[in-house]
Design a protein around this ligand. Structure first.
Ligand code: CP
Length: 324
């Protein structure tokens, strides 16, 4: 694997899931793989899980992770080609990224969308600039449109749960991505990415439900069943993935805050005793009720814990290509 930006960088999703679960069983088995390798983790936006799980995964592989909070500690970066830099930006990515490429063997980047300009955000100019100018493998820690480490984790968590509970009677699991209310505009990244990975994985009956106006980019959802009827979507569901996102068509806008879209236990009565997932952080009793988050069908803590094994599997694949 030369980079990890989306599911398109993965040859075989199930093989990567197996690798992650093997690391979960034996975390230090490849401690020598990353010896004398440095990994840089650049954060242009906040993070708890992604930051810490990637550091743990790097150390499990024997690498030395160095974290840099660009948003708080770095020079303000410019990403526009040909910019006349007489404003607030201090350093162009084409000057900064090659230096990072010399300091590190792998570069990981977290950057959010502006949610102001859809064309800019969906061009993925920030992460693509690092790929272009750093000259080393780049791993997305969430970009303007996608969150691939989260989505890999989600498939690991679903696969693990199926193996442990096996209550599906040899049918494909029904996995439902349901929109949830939120008080402010949230990126589409997690929902886009989950849709892209579910469609590429192909081992689930995948349904997306959201209010009108919250259609995601067809680039990621093509292949999924999409309905505005949440009740219909939840019927017979085995896994329910809860996530808010802002509008793609009326870009970055909050069109609906209808609290009736928040998942509760009574809504799950027609499901197949569905397990509930969320990538976290979550606004309790806005996006998702306490009774679900604190209930026995919640997978959220397990899901967040599995972030380590997803990151470790991906970094291991990248180290494998560097060490060749
Ligand atoms: N799910 C997730 O990406 O969490 P953080 O924002 O805390 O990294």
């Amino acid at each position: 694997m030369k980079q990890f930006i989306s599911v398109k960088d993965v040859m075989d999703v199930n093989a990567l899931v197996k690798k992650a679960l093997d690391y979960k069983a034996s975390p230090f088995i490849d401690k020598a793989l990353g010896a004398n390798k440095r990994i840089g983790l650049l954060f242009l936006n906040p993070s708890l899980r992604t930051r810490l799980s990637t550091q743990v995964a790097s150390q499990n592989l024997g690498m030395e992770p160095i974290v840099f909070n660009v948003d708080k500690e770095g020079w303000a970066l410019e990403f526009t080609e040909g910019a006349i830099m007489n404003g607030t930006t201090v350093e162009h990515v084409k000057d900064a990224a090659p230096i990072l490429g010399n300091y590190f063997d792998i570069l990981c980047i977290r950057t959010f969308p502006s949610l102001q300009n859809r064309e800019d955000d969906y061009s993925e100019n920030i992460i693509n600039s690092f790929i272009k100018f750093a000259g080393i493998p780049v791993v997305s820690l969430e970009s303007a449109t996608l969150h691939p480490l989260q989505s890999l984790t989600d498939i690991i968590t679903i696969s693990e749960s199926i193996a442990q509970h096996n209550n599906l009677k040899n049918k494909k699991p029904k996995v439902v991505l349901t929109w949830a209310p939120h008080i402010k505009p949230i990126p589409q990244c997690v929902a886009n990415s989950f849709s892209q990975w579910m469609n590429a994985w192909g081992e689930a009956d995948f349904v997306i439900t959201h209010p009108e106006g919250y259609e995601l980019s067809a680039e990621y959802t093509n292949g999924a069943k999409i309905t505005h009827n949440q009740e219909e979507a939840l019927k017979d569901a085995d896994f329910v993935y809860v996530k808010n996102w802002s509008s793609f068509s009326e870009y970055g806008k909050v069109l609906n805050t209808d609290a009736n879209w928040m998942l509760t236990n009574s809504k799950l009565e027609t499901s197949n005793n569905a397990k509930v997932m969320h990538c976290l952080p979550v606004r309790r009793n806005v996006e998702l009720s306490d009774e679900i988050l604190d209930g026995e069908n919640s997978l959220v803590t397990k899901e967040a814990s599995n972030r380590v094994w997803a990151a470790q599997a991906v970094l291991s694949e990248i180290l494998g290509s560097i060490n060749k």
